[in-house]
Ligand binder design. Sequence first.
Ligand SMILES: Nc1nc2c(ncn2[C@@H]2O[C@H](COP(=O)(O)OP(=O)(O)OP(=O)(O)O)[C@@H](O)[C@H]2O)c(=O)[nH]1
Length: 642
Amino acid sequence: MTTRRKITPTAAQPQLRVRDSSTSAGFISGSLPGTAPQQPIWACPICTYDNLEEHQSCEMCGVVRDSPAPIHASVPFKFDGPSPDDAILGAVQGSKKPVQGEKLLFFLSPSYVTDSLSLLPANSHARAKSKAAAPTSDSPGNQSKLSDKEHGVSEKLKKSLVLDGDSEDVKESSKQRLQSTSNKGLPLESYKPEPWMMHLGSKTAEKSLLNLVVVGHVDAGKSTLMGRILYSLGRVSHKEMHKNTKEANEMGKGSFAYAWALDEGVEERARGVTITVAVAHFETAKLRVVLLDAPGHKDFVPNMISGASQADAAVLVVDAAEGGFEAGMGAEGRESGQTREHAQLVRSLGVSQLVVAVNKMDEVQYSQERFEEIKRILTPFLRHCGFRDSSVSYVPVSAIAGENLVSTPSDELFRAWYTGKDGTLLDALNRLEPPERDIAKPFRLAVAEVVRSRSLGSAAAGGKVESGAIKIGSKVMVMPSREVGVVKSLEQDGKALQAARAGDGVDIGLQGVDAGVIVPGGVLCHPDYPVPIATRFELRILTLKLAFPMLPGAQVVVHAHHAKEPGTVTNLTALIDAKTGQAVKRSPRCLTSNQSALVEVAPERGLCVQEYIKFRGLGRVVLRSEGRTLAVGIITRIISYQ
Ligand SMILES: Nc1nc2c(ncn2[C@@H]2O[C@H](COP(=O)(O)OP(=O)(O)OP(=O)(O)O)[C@@H](O)[C@H]2O)c(=O)[nH]1
């Protein structure tokens, strides 16, 4: 039996999923977080955050340990590696040394893709055919430390966040940041997790959970690849495969038979494209993988964003065929390629580990030269997106021929050069590290979908637990309605659970709330620590390639976790130097491509979001307009609440 489902996020029209009840013995996922051991620490010279000895860079602001005295004190924090967010936060080159053996290049430079494609041999351009863990600061072991320190860090940041010492509004910004802990709830720092939460999973030696999103340009072979893996691992039965093959042949779409294991919708099958995010489960030697198969077509980027916002790691599928790879990179004058856009988006949505599956190797006769060529072009590009070289692996595969997926290649041409020391795609997936989870923070779950099933009842939501933990009987507040219900049932992969914790993708059945109050893009949270409903917030953004300058008053669609809401860029507060993190110009008249800036945004209806520094998963934002991604960013301050 397979346990696949689809997520179609849209705040305006909740997606209902009807499913038979199919529960089995409950289990609790994940490994034992345990209590934080006493370990030596070092204080960051920028933000004063106390880091564990083993960390070579600050978990709070990303500054490399032993870096020279800080010269750009306006940088509040950063990812583990440079990313679009890093550019937003600044100091990519100013305060961070290159990591061992890596050269940090100025990333997302306008000419970058053109430059990298110019590395191709002349005939490669002619080939174009017509048709993206490091532990976070929220590690369980660090949870108490983080919670206890949060306020102290903020006190320091109060000074360092001021972009311009003379500016009253920016001083006010810092003051409000400190007050914006939660709206009409207890201060976050007063939260203490209950003992049972910290011991979830302690009695079992279960595999770790990894949420894996599969992204890449349209038709790169994502669904075929994952369908074939699911089939090889026995997650798709022979009977089901036989049925898919027969029906696909009858529709003249025989080559999509494996993809149909994931593309189950009528329209998806008729059009031969993935539209929604399909969810499936499989296991590697050490991981329980929740697979999120995202659409590649540019029209469905919003759905891809929703899938990627739940992910811990990603598989970027690229098409090795002549012209296929180049199309994904937006070569040959194409306005954009989704290999490029997806890699930028997944990194800005917090994914730092990437497996690049170089697919359709059968179409290039398993050419080592082609594989190396693609690697050579992608490596610096992915570095520019913010991926560390050491967090990216490349695996040549053929989904259609089943080569190098779960077993070593059998094709002679392939075996001639691929010795298999880097292993199969499954080996590469097994090497991914699940991130540490935010267990010691109040419960938060961003609603990905509305679920209706007999076992869960009429008021049920599906999504990934961002922080904290819940069990049967826990009270939760449904936002934005503020109705409070009790957890009646919990399910994961079709099995009943007694409890769920940060990182788990779960379906939650609630008692005591109206079904209609659960909406995709809403948030389930701890009733004493409700998520704010923000009606205006400040963002640090990095603009991508803009067709037109962004002006104050620009109409955008604001994407935050699974929420999607029209909104207005009400103010361009300051232009920020991406290298130094300093405000270089107040109230710029407009923003152009590849600029880092502080802006204010007002969604038409309140959004359930939080400052990135407090809840990363609820603090990342993507601004889009007319089907194009304009900017990626993080919430630095909530200005007004509903
Ligand atoms: N030759 C060859 N064709 C492949 C391979 N993998 C996939 N395809 C074909 O590529 C086409 C697209 O495959 P899909 O799996 O639907 O691609 P996708 O990336 O999931 O597409 P979207 O989700 O719509 O972006 C189908 O005709 C597949 O049969 C491969 O390894 N070799």
